[in-house]
Design a protein around this ligand. Sequence first.
Ligand SMILES: Nc1nc2c(ncn2[C@@H]2O[C@H](COP(=O)(O)OP(=O)(O)OP(=O)(O)O)[C@@H](O)[C@H]2O)c(=O)[nH]1
Length: 418
Amino acid sequence: MGRDPLIGLVGKPSSGKSTTLNSLTDASSKVGNFPFTTIDPQRAIGYLQIPCACARYDLSAHCRPNYGSCVDGRRSVPIELLDVAGLVPGAHEGRGLGNKFLDDLRHADALIHVVDVSGCTDEEGKATRGYDPSNDIVWLRSEIVSWVLGNLMEKWGSIKRRHIAVKATAVETLQNQFSGYGSTSKIVARTLDKLALKEPLQDWSNATVETVVNAFIDEKFPTVIALNKIDHPDADKNIAKIAKTQPPETIVLCSAISEVFLRRLAKQGFVKYTEGSEFVDTRDDLLESGEDDGGGLKEMDEKLKQRIENLKDMVLYRFGSTGVVQLLTRAADLLGLVPVFPVRNVHSFGAAASGGKEAVFRDCVLVGRGSTVGDVYRKVMGDAPMAYVETAGGQRVAEDDVVVVGKNDILSFKVGRA
Ligand SMILES: Nc1nc2c(ncn2[C@@H]2O[C@H](COP(=O)(O)OP(=O)(O)OP(=O)(O)O)[C@@H](O)[C@H]2O)c(=O)[nH]1
């Protein structure tokens, strides 16, 4: 993943995709700065919350990100989101926005599948009651499988013949076929390593090809399942059912509408709300805890007070938060994203080469799992020749050293001849 990571939001109509996107992007307390220049209408900027390197060195008071923000060592790093609209069953046969949906999908590195867990919308998004939302997880997956498998099987005979004729490796032959889905040789290699198949590609049965396609989709489109509308009374039984069939690390419970509501009230001056947290303070709360002016918050009418109380009971106290901030955290975990902090000076961590108490850790880039120092260098410095790279404290690191959180993740790049 040489370029910046891109998270795609998918979901059937009325599952709450737009609300989720709004809740992730309408960041009131965030600095609006982000590094991406070409924003098309389908793209939006969310903020991934990570522990910032400044906290390790007790430098939070001096942390001044160029992009996003950092509050007490919790850094919000801008990350691009893609609205992949038009998903309905039969998309791979061109239903709904079918082909466009699939075409957009290939740009995404990970997906957030927004599922209406209240069961109040059927598979096409029409209002109903008692629909089983676990179906949506099954058919979304099968749409993607049918799309990739269909394209592959159509040409399988000639793919095999070419494979033998040019004496290609399985990775080369599959990458040729999968590059159109935004794949890389690394992704294909990981897929095949995990499967550890014994037979050569030309002897694969149809069932083996299908296994390969499924494993490829797991690698190419790691998916967070956003069980949205947890505030709805019918949600509980559906959550319990889905939790039995899906790996726990892929599930996030959320109420996008609650997050949108809280952020709006915070902007209007009715509440103090730390985005993504369980903490909401009203004027009355603050008066009670001894703040004379109620934190400068506005008085709410009874109806609004009641809504806040309900939201606390139904969502915040039961689930710990509205869940939306965790959606991005979980997607970043599935991708194994590592935040790396390029600095000029590996002792002061400032942007300037001189020491002193200037602003620290101005930059942060997100790189994929297994990225090396050299990968990060090329991402940040482009083609400029590398002299050497240092990490925190001044030790040199090798170009092929891997970057991980806490190790080789603060880097200073020196351009020129070694
Ligand atoms: N109860 C509840 N309702 C929600 C939540 N999120 C969204 N909704 C409601 O669900 C309906 C659909 O939400 P949208 O965000 O427009 O859904 P969408 O998936 O973008 O729909 P399309 O634009 O048709 O694709 C709206 O009435 C929202 O208010 C939630 O967390 N809880």
